[in-house]
Design a protein. Structure first.
Length: 197
């Protein structure tokens, strides 16, 4: 599926890969949260940046509320959802730019971008940024479909979508999540790298 700007929606195989990557990254997010390197406002900024790239209305709505509850002001949130980062704390800007790059490349960041993130935040912080990015990518992959499906019945169909695409993705949601969790667990047991180039 392609929108008028040429941005493709996620296919079922892409959605599966997004799920596996998100599930594999959860331990990194837990470590970063425990160490204090990934605060809630920081995580919400990452999530808003990715959501802006992917254009998920449901995630924009939800994460705007969570960001407000975690101390971000309305102007900063509005700016982030418009692709403006003037109000983002300078120490978080490298993470925000990486998250956007990750989303823009559909989960295939460049090795230099990852190495810059590691240099700025270290292994724990970079893993937290990667995990937050991957979690919202998964949220966006589902949120876009669910939003498109429900908006269709409100007379506001998403120009990027069609009913067949939405139904196929919705029917596959539970099997994809279960298979993705199992796949991620196996890869974790095999000690496969969380990010490859």
């Amino acid at each position: 599926m392609t929108d008028s700007r040429g941005k493709k929606l996620y296919s079922i195989p892409e959605t599966y890969r997004i799920i596996v990557n998100a599930m594999r990254s959860i331990p990194g997010l837990k470590r970063a949260r425990r160490s204090g390197e990934m605060t809630m406002p920081f995580m919400e900024r990452v999530m808003l940046a990715v959501t802006e790239v992917n254009g998920c209305a449901l995630c924009s709505y939800y994460h705007t509320r969570v960001a407000l509850e975690n101390g971000m002001n309305a102007e900063e949130i509005k700016g982030m959802l418009g692709g403006e980062f003037a109000d983002v704390p300078q120490e978080e800007l490298p993470a925000i730019l990486f998250a956007q790059h990750y989303a823009d490349t559909r989960g295939n960041p460049s090795k230099p971008a990852w190495e810059r993130l590691l240099a700025v935040y270290g292994e724990t912080g970079a893993s937290g940024v990667l995990a937050a990015t991957r979690m919202i990518m998964m949220g966006n992959a589902f949120g876009i479909v669910w939003g498109s499906f429900f908006n269709r019945f409100r007379g506001k169909a998403d120009a990027r979508s069609n009913l067949g695409y939405e139904l196929a993705q919705l029917i596959c949601t539970v099997p994809l999540v279960l298979a993705g969790m199992l796949h991620a667990g196996i890869l974790r047991l095999m000690k496969k790298p969380v990010l490859t180039f």
